[in-house]
Write a protein that binds this ligand. Structure first.
Ligand SMILES: [Zn+2]
Length: 584
C-alpha cells in the first residue's frame, strides 16, 4: 500500500503534508483489507470510521464521498514519477542515507518498496502492463469475493423431505447459502456442505486467473513468486520460512488432532450410532457439543461499564480505528494518537447493568491491545505508527491481551458479581480457560491447512495441478479428514484475496504473543519491568523497526521456528488439575 499519508510523512524534499486516507486502489490489488474479527486490522482512518459508524446517514454519505476523492488523489501520488525519482535520488546518496536515523531509513525504504510494487520503476511498456495487471487483479478479486458468498440452489426434490425446512425455499428450488455448520442434524450439515461447496465453473476460472495474474505481476516487479513479494518486511520474510513453520506445527499437532477427532467421533457415535464416521462437516458442531459438556456453567465473567453500545445501523463488528496516528511534529511536540474501540455491547436494562460474557470480555481486551499499540507507539512518522506494521506482527499486542484476560490474577482485579460484589470464583475462571483448549488442536490444524493452501496457491506458477487437486492433497496431508468428491472449498476461501500469501499471520502472531506471555508475564502479570520493556521494545516502534528485532528485544533471545511451534502447541495442554477440581 502506498497512501498519501505515507508520502506526507517522509520529511522535506518530498512533497507536502497530506491528510489521512484509506487504501489506494493499486495498492489494494496487493493488500486488500482483511476481514473477520481476529484480523480486524487497523488501517481504517477517520473518514472510514465515520463512513461505517456515524448514526446520521448524511454524515456517512459525506464520509464515503471524502474517501473516494482522497482515494483518487492517492492514486495520482502513487504514480507520480517525480516523487519516486527524488526518493530514489535520496536513497542512492550513501552519505545522506547513513546520516538518517534507523526509523527514517526504514520508512524511506518502505516508500520505495511501495512505489516499486506499483511498477513505477519499470520502463514505459512494462509499467503499462503492471497497471493493466493491477486493474485486472482488482476486477478478478471483487468477482471472486462476490462468488465466495453466492448461494447455490438445487431442485427441492433432490433433498430428503424431512430436512428441506432447514433451508430457504425459492419456488421449486432450495437455496443453500452457507455450511450450516452448527446444525445438530448430521444430514443437514452434509447436504449443506456438498451443495454449498459444489464447484462453480466461473468461480474456478476467477480464482485461477487471479492467482496467475498475481504471479505475473510479482514476476514483472522482480519477485519469483507472489508469496515472496507479500512476505517482504514480515517476521517470516520468505515463503520457505512460512512453510517450515506450518509443516513443523502440523507435525507437532498431528497426535493431538487425532485425539480430538477421536473424541468427536465418539460423541458422534453416541448421538448418531448408524453413522459415526467423522466427516469435514462435523468438527464445528461436535467440538461445540463437547465443550458444552465440559463447562455447563459458562456464565458471566463480570461487568465493565463501557461506552460502546449497540445501536441501529451500527455494523456488528468489534474493531479498532486509528483516527489520528502519533508522530513527531516539526515543532518537536508529539502528536498524540487518537483511536476508537468499537464494540457491540448490549445496553443496560432496568434490572441489570451491562454484563459482559467471557467472549465479550476477551474481545474487549483484544481490541484494547490494538488500542495500546497505537497509544504507546512513539514513532517519528505517522506512516509506521502503532498498528501500521507487518501483518504477521500486527496481532501480537491484541492476542497478548487475551492471555491477560484469561488469567485469574488479572480478572480478579475487576470482575465482581453485579449484585453481591463477590469476586469471581477462581475455579470458574480456570475452568472456562481450560474449556477453550478442548478440541483446539483440531481447530489449529485446520488453520494450518488453510495457511498452507494459501502458500501453495501463491507459490510457484504454473501450479503443478488444478486448484481442487491441490486442495485435496493439502487437506489429506495437513488436516486429516477426507476430501469430499465434487466439492471445492477453495472457491469459498475469501481470505485468499485479502491476505494473499499471509494467511499464516494469525498463527505467527499468536506464537509470538504466547512466547511473550510465558517468558515475561506468566510469573507476574503485573510485573512493571516487563511491562516497561514490552512498551519500549515492542509497542513503541509500530512498523518503524524490523519485526524480528522487536521480538528479539522483548524475549532477549532470537527464537527459532521450533520455539514458535512449541509456544503454540504447549498452549493446548490441558491442566488436568483444573478439571479434577471442577468435577467435584
Ligand atoms: Zn485484532
Amino acid at each position: 500500500m502506498l497512501c498519501a499519508q505515507r508520502l506526507g510523512s517522509l520529511a522535506a524534499g518530498l512533497a507536502a503534508r497530506r491528510v489521512s486516507t484509506s487504501w489506494s486502489p493499486v495498492g489494494a490489488a496487493f493488500n486488500v483489507k482483511p476481514q473477520g474479527r481476529r484480523l480486524d486490522l487497523f488501517r481504517e482512518r477517520r473518514a472510514d470510521f465515520v463512513k461505517i459508524a456515524h448514526p446520521e446517514p448524511a454524515f456517512r454519505e459525506a464520509a464515503e464521498e471524502t474517501c473516494r476523492s482522497i482515494g483518487t488523489m492517492v492514486e495520482k501520488l502513487n504514480t507520480n514519477v517525480e516523487l519516486y525519482q527524488s526518493l530514489q535520488k535520496l536513497l542512492s546518496d550513501k552519505k545522506l542515507v547513513d546520516s538518517l536515523d534507523v526509523e527514517t531509513r526504514r520508512v524511506a525504504e518502505l516508500f520505495m518498496f511501495d512505489f516499486e510494487i506499483s511498477g513505477i520503476h519499470l520502463d514505459e511498456e512494462k509499467r503499462k502492463r503492471a497497471v493493466d495487471l493491477n486493474v485486472k487483479i482488482l476486477d478478478l478479486s471483487s468477482k471472486f469475493l462476490m462468488g465466495t458468498n453466492f448461494p447455490n440452489k438445487i431442485e427441492k426434490h433432490l433433498l430428503p423431505d424431512h430436512i428441506r425446512h432447514n433451508f430457504v425455499r425459492d419456488g421449486d428450488l432450495v437455496v443453500v447459502d452457507g455450511l450450516h455448520a452448527e446444525a445438530p442434524n448430521d444430514l443437514v450439515r452434509e447436504a449443506a456442505y456438498r451443495i454449498f461447496l459444489y464447484p462453480n465453473a466461473s468461480q474456478l476460472k476467477y480464482l485461477e486467473e487471479l492467482l496467475s495474474n498475481r504471479d505475473l505481476l510479482a514476476k514483472l516487479v522482480g519477485y519469483s513468486t507472489f508469496s515472496h513479494r507479500a512476505l517482504q518486511g514480515t517476521i517470516a520474510q520468505k515463503p520457505e520460512t512460512v512453510m517450515q513453520f506450518l509443516e513443523k506445527l502440523s507435525d507437532k499437532l498431528c497426535e493431538r488432532t487425532i485425539k480430538d477427532f477421536e473424541m468427536m467421533r465418539q460423541m458422534k457415535m453416541k448421538l448418531n450410532p448408524q453413522n459415526s464416521e467423522l466427516m469435514p462437516w462435523d468438527p464445528p458442531y461436535y467440538s461445540g457439543v463437547i465443550r458444552a459438556v465440559v463447562h455447563e456453567s459458562e456464565g458471566l465473567l463480570g461487568y465493565i461499564y463501557c461506552d460502546f453500545f449497540q445501536r441501529a445501523d451500527k455494523p456488528h463488528q468489534d474493531c479498532h480505528f486509528t483516527i489520528r496516528g502519533g508522530r513527531l511534529k516539526e515543532d518537536g511536540d508529539y502528536q498524540l494518537p487518537v483511536v476508537v474501540l468499537m464494540l457491540n455491547l448490549p445496553h443496560s436494562s432496568r434490572n441489570s447493568p451491562t454484563l459482559l460474557t467471557p467472549g465479550m470480555m476477551e474481545n474487549l481486551f483484544h481490541e484494547m491491545g490494538h488500542a495500546m499499540h497505537s497509544m504507546l507507539g512513539r514513532t517519528r512518522y505517522q506512516h509506521v505508527t502503532g498498528t501500521r506494521c507487518p501483518t504477521d506482527f500486527a496481532e501480537v499486542p491484541s492476542i497478548l491481551m487475551e492471555y491477560f484476560s484469561n488469567d485469574y490474577r488479572v480478572v480478579n482485579q475487576f470482575a465482581r458479581h453485579y449484585q453481591t460484589g463477590q469476586p469471581l470464583p477462581k475455579n470458574m475462571v480456570s475452568r472456562l480457560c481450560e474449556s477453550k483448549k478442548v478440541c483446539a488442536a483440531a481447530d489449529m490444524q485446520l488453520q494450518v491447512f488453510y495457511a498452507t493452501l494459501d502458500q501453495i496457491y501463491h507459490g510457484e506458477h504454473p501450479l503443478r495441478k488444478p486448484t481442487t487437486d491441490i486442495l485435496k492433497e493439502t487437506q489429506e496431508k495437513f488436516y486429516g479428514l477426507p476430501y469430499v468428491p465434487n466439492t471445492a472449498w477453495q472457491l469459498r476461501f475469501s481470505h485468499l484475496v485479502g491476505y494473499g500469501a499471509k494467511y499464516y499471520s494469525y498463527l505467527m502472531s499468536r506464537a509470538v504473543a504466547s512466547m511473550v506471555w510465558k517468558e515475561c508475564f506468566l510469573q507476574d502479570p503485573f510485573n512493571r519491568a516487563a511491562g516497561e520493556r514490552y512498551r519500549r521494545e515492542m509497542l513503541a516502534h509500530g512498523g518503524g523497526k524490523e519485526p524480528m528485532l522487536m521480538v528479539q528485544g522483548m524475549l532477549q533471545k532470537c527464537p527459532s521456528i521450533d520455539d514458535f511451534v512449541n509456544a503454540l502447541v504447549s498452549d493446548l495442554d490441558l491442566d488436568f488439575e483444573t478439571f479434577l477440581m471442577d468435577s467435584k
